[in-house]
Design a protein around this ligand. Structure first.
Ligand code: ATP
Length: 360
């Protein structure tokens, strides 16, 4: 396995790109550490597949370099890069048996027959394919075919990294969960460098040690699931991760105080690198908003417009005077909530401030 570095890398599908919007991947600098389990998370069209195809060599970047353990591989074709890639839909040979499908990447590289058998049996065991090894792939369900694809990605022990592009899309939800934990277990066992593309936050957060979040062609944050939850570096991360996402409220700095609508927040603005007049956004996760039905010191007066009981917690929706955006609070199941006037507290340690989307 290798450390993969993308150095000053960018890609445009336009032949003469002239503005940032014409780039599918905007200039970035990312290192995927040897043995790391990464999720590449972002909405449809943000550039995930483009980035993956650049790492595997299916695509040559418009600018920048791809380095494997410091060696420049930017000009090398996929077959010389030692990358295994698993796609959204199964890529297997229908006329071959499951065994031969799994053996194919090894035989292709001249691996000895007894080693082929050993590896195929090992991977088949991990993916519960042992009973199917002699069956022809053509008659198998989509689930099993995708497991074979995963197996073909995992079977080689000499690859620099394994790239998964939304590999569980065609898999039924129950099996999805099982395969995800299986992949995690295999990762721990073999210390592989794995990059797993998904637009599903649950999938990303449960699979990865580090999540790389992409938005409009840029990497906006790389961090642990906890980093993304507690310290979103970009409003997109705040909004995309969490359910419901982070509250994002327009704010402004007036005479040293931070205002949201008609209320000011308990934030020490002296250390903020912002100027009066900057358009700011205040972010606070619904989990950290406190509610009381009575006035409390430092609490903001609001109108509670909705309370939803979701079984083991409540979501309270409230309106701050002077802004149109609603605020949501995630409260304990037994919290004493009521509609109409109420008070919210935003603990200072959980307030994040953003300018042009980026944390300040
Ligand atoms: P999805 O989750 O839908 O697969 P993604 O995050 O993987 O999306 P990409 O497929 O990398 O995103 O696409 C990034 C941008 O590049 C999109 O605007 C897409 O329309 C564009 N794009 C992708 N492939 C091509 C191509 N071959 N030619 C031109 N534009 C492309």
């Amino acid at each position: 396995m290798a450390e993969v570095t993308l150095h000053n890398l960018a890609h445009s599908y336009h032949s003469h790109p002239s503005k940032p919007e014409e780039y599918a991947v905007r200039p970035l600098e990312v290192t995927w550490k040897d043995g790391g389990a990464y999720a590449l998370l972002g909405p449809s069209g943000c550039g995930k597949t483009t980035l993956l195809n650049i790492i595997s060599g299916l695509l040559k970047p418009t600018q920048g370099k791809v380095l494997f353990d410091g060696r420049d591989v930017t000009e090398l074709p996929p077959e010389q890069r030692n990358i295994a890639q698993v796609f959204q839909f199964p890529v297997i040979y229908d006329t071959m048996t499951v065994f031969d499908n799994l053996a194919f990447p090894l035989r292709n590289r001249g691996v000895r027959a007894n080693e082929v058998t050993r590896r195929v049996q090992e991977v088949a065991g991990q993916l519960d394919l042992t009973a199917d090894l002699k069956r022809r792939a053509s008659g198998l369900s989509a689930d099993i075919k995708q497991k074979i694809s995963l197996g073909r990605g995992l079977v080689r022990s000499d690859v620099a990294a394994i790239l998964f592009d939304e590999p569980l899309t065609v898999i039924d939800p129950q099996l999805k969960l099982m395969l995800r934990s299986k992949l995690k277990q295999i990762h721990r066992q073999f210390n592989l460098t794995l990059i797993y593309v998904t637009h599903d936050q649950t999938e990303a957060l449960t699979f990865a040690d580090q999540v790389v979040v992409m938005y409009e062609g840029s990497v906006v944050q790389i961090g642990t699931p906890q980093d993304l939850f507690e310290r979103p570096a970009h409003t997109f991360v705040g909004y995309f991760i969490g359910s419901p996402g982070m509250n994002l409220l327009p704010a402004r700095l007036v005479e040293g105080r931070l205002w949201v609508g008609d209320v000011s927040l308990p934030v020490d603005t002296g250390t903020l690198h912002v100027a009066a007049g900057d358009e700011l956004t205040v972010g606070i996760r619904p989990e950290f908003v406190r509610y009381s039905a009575e006035a409390a010191p430092g609490a903001l007066p609001v109108q509670v417009t909705r309370v939803e009981d979701l079984g083991n917690y409540q979501i309270l929706t409230a309106q701050i005077k002077g802004i149109t955006q609603a605020v949501k609070a995630k409260l304990a199941e037994d919290a004493d909530t009521k509609l109409g006037p109420g008070w919210l507290q935003f603990p200072a340690e959980w307030i994040r401030i953003y300018r042009n989307g980026m944390a300040v």
